[in-house]
Design a protein around this ligand. Sequence first.
Ligand SMILES: C[S@@+](CC[C@H](N)C(=O)[O-])C[C@H]1O[C@@H](n2cnc3c(N)ncnc32)[C@H](O)[C@@H]1O
Ligand SMILES: [Zn+2]
Length: 282
Amino acid sequence: MRDKGGILAGMDWRGVICPVCGQALTETARVLRCGQGHAFDVAREGYVNLLRWRGKPPKIVGDQAEMLHARRRFLEKGWYAPLMDLLATAVDKNPAVLLDAGCGEGYYTRQLAARFPGTRLFGLDISKTAARLAAKQLPSARFMAADVNQLIPLATNSVDVIVNIFAPRNPTEFSRVLGADGRLLTIIPAPGHLPELRTRFNLLNIEADKQEKITAQMSRDFDLIQVYPLSAPLVLDAADARDLLKMTPNYWHWTAVRQTNLAAITQFTDMARFQLLQFACP
Ligand SMILES: C[S@@+](CC[C@H](N)C(=O)[O-])C[C@H]1O[C@@H](n2cnc3c(N)ncnc32)[C@H](O)[C@@H]1O
Ligand SMILES: [Zn+2]
């Protein structure tokens, strides 16, 4: 029977492979095991930690809880809903299997689950906190803590669509896990993204040639099929502006000056600008 919405699937980890030896993992009593005996517990919240470190694990990995909560508050207010609509248009018809690579706290994964019932969804993020937050809200999807820059713990040719939203890319691994007709939808900030915020808080500009750089990075494994530009006006109050600043790497450069500038905001108008790049395997 086809599993609409993932409910019948329960803890169905089909397609997930062992990060140590690459063999298929199967679940018994909330432990994923491969034929070689490598074992990974499924956390209470429903995600699995497949991160492998050579040596001591770093203290800080990926986005922190405060960033993830800021991102969730901001996105759940619907400020980037036009971007979600564009993503859904580009995904088009229900893919059998979709991977959200760099899923964060899972806003786009949740939205995709609502719009594409029957699609098996995987989310992957290097931050365990992100995987945990995402899994708690969407039990029908499978979330993994894993590094996109290493082996992606999914079988070769097992995915139809990868979405990759403001997150790192690994062209070789993306092309391995995608099937022959697989597609990659990457969303990046475009030049002129949030100009008011950038001026007011002295943030770095988006590189003018970011799209060309990414296309070049992908070119050995992917053809660029289409570029969809999108602008979304924002009318934010101080709390929204704070969340917008905290959900990005600006979080790491939080200063008293920024705090003072934020306190002065009552209402704030800006323009978010994005590009959705659609790639296909040649
Ligand atoms: C800007 S956030 C975007 C999150 C989500 N796609 C969204 O738009 O809401 C970037 C995410 O990439 C994750 N990330 C950073 N490096 C990564 C890596 N090497 N492998 C997997 N995820 C990574 C971060 O932990 C963070 O959740
Ligand atoms: Zn193994």
